[in-house]
Design a protein around this ligand. Structure first.
Ligand code: DAK
Length: 259
């Protein structure tokens, strides 16, 4: 349990809750605490899905500019390693994840949201990569993950201009997946993840790995990865459960056991 970030677990869902007023600015301590929570969510058996949430008012307004202002090149060169490791650890949690976005998700905050499998945003949420306005570029994966989500031209337009976009535009370009009334963001994220908590864990893990890792490979290598992940699932109990349930009772009625 960190000072500013905690993992709250209930009903199979682990919520990585950011709580650093006023804006959940991601100083180095917050980044480290997110990484610790992501590791914990990865290994805990009672966590089958993950939500990243900044509370009712703001998701995260980015790296702590006041902290960054005083950093030298060598300070930053060391910090960059840490930064990429917290985003990578979060992105590689082998369980479904969603960012529940209220208010601002800017700079490192937007990058944090892009480490999740999905993004659900409140109607008044605003997202963006405004680093250019500080004389820098996104450094926590934004140039890469944004490009993969929305394509190179739209990513460049957002990164070059630094403009904020509202939830409806984010939905239209594929940066968020669902927009709901502000007050319903967290509940909607829980409902979404609750549908996956009872799924076959190893198959969900394999699906995430096939899409995420396979997407970085040429087609033949991606298909080879899929083939081996697919065959490996025949070693799980859940695939027996799923197939026996289908034959006996029809589709979608299996009670998976996560093994
Ligand atoms: N850092 C530190 N303090 C921040 C902050 C931030 N990112 N964002 C807001 N605050 C503080 C404000 O200074 C203010 O503090 P007080 O004056 O009350 O003490 C308080 O939060 C409320 O902010 P405002 O008064 O500005 O509130 P408004 O509602 O008017 O505006 C805003 C909210 C979020 C639109 C605005 O504050 C804003 O534009 N914030 C900055 C957004 C931004 O530029 N984010 C990107 C930061 S750069 C890397 C590490 C990190 C990164 C890249 C590389 N390496 C290690 C290589 C990522 C970089 C970024 O994220």
């Amino acid at each position: 349990m960190g000072e500013f970030v905690r993992l709250e677990v209930a009903d199979g869902i682990g919520t990585i809750r950011l709580d650093r007023p006023k804006m959940n600015a991601l100083n180095l301590q917050v980044q480290n605490e997110i990484e610790e929570c992501a590791r914990e969510a990865t290994v805990r058996d009672d966590v089958a899905a993950v939500i990243v949430y900044g509370g009712e008012r703001v998701f995260a307004a980015g790296a702590d500019i006041k902290e960054m202002q005083t950093m030298s090149y060598t300070d930053m060169a060391v910090a960059v390693e840490g930064l990429h490791s917290f985003t990578t650890t979060l992105a590689r949690i082998p369980k479904p994840s969603v960012a529940a976005i209220t208010g601002y998700a800017l700079g490192g905050g937007c990058e944090l949201a892009m480490c999740c499998d999905f993004r659900i945003a409140g109607e008044s949420a605003q997202l963006g990569q405004p680093e250019i306005l500080l004389g820098i570029i996104p450094g926590a994966g934004g140039t890469q993950r944004l490009t993969r989500l929305v394509g190179p031209a739209k990513a460049k337009e957002l990164i070059f201009s630094g403009r904020f976009i509202k939830a409806d535009e984010a939905l239209a370009i594929g940066l968020v997946d669902r927009v709901v009334p502000d007050a319903e963001v967290y509940a909607a994220a829980r409902d979404w993840m609750a549908q996956l908590v009872k799924g076959p864990r190893f198959a969900l893990k394999a699906a995430k790995e096939a899409v995420d890792r396979g997407g970085e490979l040429d087609l033949d290598s991606g298909l080879a990865l899929e083939k081996s992940l697919f065959a490996a699932l025949f070693a799980t109990h859940d695939r027996l459960v799923g197939m026996e349930s289908f034959v006996a009772n029809g589709p979608g009625k299996a009670h998976f056991e996560g093994r």
